[in-house]
Design a protein around this ligand. Structure first.
Ligand SMILES: Cc1ncc(COP(=O)(O)O)c(C=O)c1O
Length: 394
């Protein structure tokens, strides 16, 4: 092997976009690309509750000694209880963000599944497939787009699962679907549970935006049929969005085997995978979440901040939906979505023109982060959208 064989690779499109936005000197640039919450001033602030928890930790934390490959057990237990209602025979461990949880889940599945196959509906978060492939899985996908309705047909994944070999896995996003904002409805969640039980499939649920969809409790409710009825399952959790802790990389992986012994075996494998990958997760962000969830005053302050963020994004969605159609973009249809994202049906040329001529940044797929809009830039964004589409039509 020679390093000469390692040819340059194209930069990751989303990480490249962060740099492009940062280095764009134009006044009033509009960043709808990167998937982080922004407030009405266009800032991604540190939550007050987080700052208070950090101050408490500074005063009270008495050691920085190692915690072990599973991370902060108190954090995992509290998060499991708060987010998923506790119980259900779930085990859990702290991970490096939701991404780390997905990666551990992928490696576990690659060790355990007979055919190492996972089913994924497209479109999905741009890192899902590369990450799970790198973990050693084979990807089978189904196109979920339904151009006639401008929305997603999650049923297409369900249809594929009805034919899938026993022992395959499938990925579903719980809430605030990235990139479309269109989530499966309750009947579909029941159907996912039915098919998983009937065909002995393993669901991998990606729960990255709890509290930013319909509500803190409401956003975990749809996965109840899986929790209650499917013996083996994995839930990759991110606290990076709902606590605004992005760069602290706070996540967890919850897991369950067919019985207590199998669940214990899963834990052994997960700890072993973590140990040879990064040894153990870093402490700070998880300690912050544990501190917030363990203190009623901080917890209610955090919930109020999360609610304000969710309400702001929902208001933007409603405002856009009222505007109806702008060229090929039907905002009325996007009104049915939830969470930060919507996918605009724009050509690559139109996305490029938005960026070059109007300093409006979308993800290369046309995904927009609604939180990037506010009272000052919304009209400008809509005018730019109109202009670039007229150019394409001309
Ligand atoms: C659907 C989805 N899952 C997982 C993640 C990973 O989150 P984290 O930043 O906690 O690694 C993201 C991040 O954008 C996401 O959109």
């Amino acid at each position: 092997m020679s390093f000469e064989n390692l040819l340059p690779r194209p930069p990751d499109p989303m990480l490249g976009l962060i740099q492009q936005v940062a280095s764009d000197p134009r006044e009033g640039k509009i960043d709808l690309g990167v998937g982080v919450y922004q407030d009405a001033e266009g800032r991604t602030p540190v939550f007050d509750s987080v700052q208070q928890a950090e101050a408490t930790l500074c005063r009270t934390q008495s050691t920085k000694a190692y915690l072990g490959a599973g991370g902060d057990a108190g954090y995992v237990e509290r998060l499991g209880a708060e987010a998923l209602g506790g119980g259900h025979g779930l085990g859990g461990l702290q991970t490096i963000g939701g991404t780390g949880a997905l990666r551990l889940a992928g490696e576990l599945l690659a060790r355990g599944l007979p055919d190492r196959r996972i089913w994924i509906g497209q479109p999905t978060w741009s890192n899902h497939e590369p990450l799970l492939r790198a973990a050693g899985l084979r990807i089978a996908h189904r196109d979920l787009t339904d151009p006639s309705r401008g929305t997603l047909r999650h049923e297409a994944l369900l249809d594929a699962l009805r034919e899938a070999p026993a022992g395959d896995a499938f990925l579903v996003q719980a809430v605030g679907h990235n990139p479309t904002g269109i989530d499966p409805d309750p009947a579909l969640w029941e159907a996912f549970a039915d098919v998983a039980v009937a065909r002995r499939l393993v669901p991998l649920v990606d729960l990255a935006y709890q509290g930013l969809g319909a509500g803190w409790r409401e956003d975990a409710a749809p996965i109840a049929p899986l929790l209650e009825r499917v013996p083996q399952l994995l839930i990759a959790y991110s606290c990076d969005k709902n606590f605004g802790l992005y760069r602290e990389r706070v996540g967890a992986l919850f897991y369950r085997g067919a019985n207590a012994e199998e669940t214990a075996g899963l834990r052994d494998h997960l700890l072993a995978i973590a140990r040879v990958s990064y040894s153990m997760p870093s402490d700070h962000g998880a300690a912050v979440v544990r501190t917030i969830l363990g203190d009623p005053r901080l917890r209610s302050g955090w919930l109020a901040e999360l609610t304000a963020a969710r309400d702001r994004v929902a208001r933007i969605r409603t405002t856009l939906a009222r505007r109806g159609r702008i060229g090929g973009v039907d905002f009325a249809a996007l009104g049915a979505g939830r969470g930060l994202f919507a996918q605009l049906p724009l050509s690559a040329a139109a996305i490029q023109r938005l960026q070059a001529q109007h300093a409006v940044y979308l993800a290369p797929s046309g995904r927009m982060n609604l939180a990037g809009l506010n009272d000052r830039n919304l009209e400008r964004f809509l005018a730019a959208l109109d202009a670039v589409q007229r150019r394409s039509a001309a």
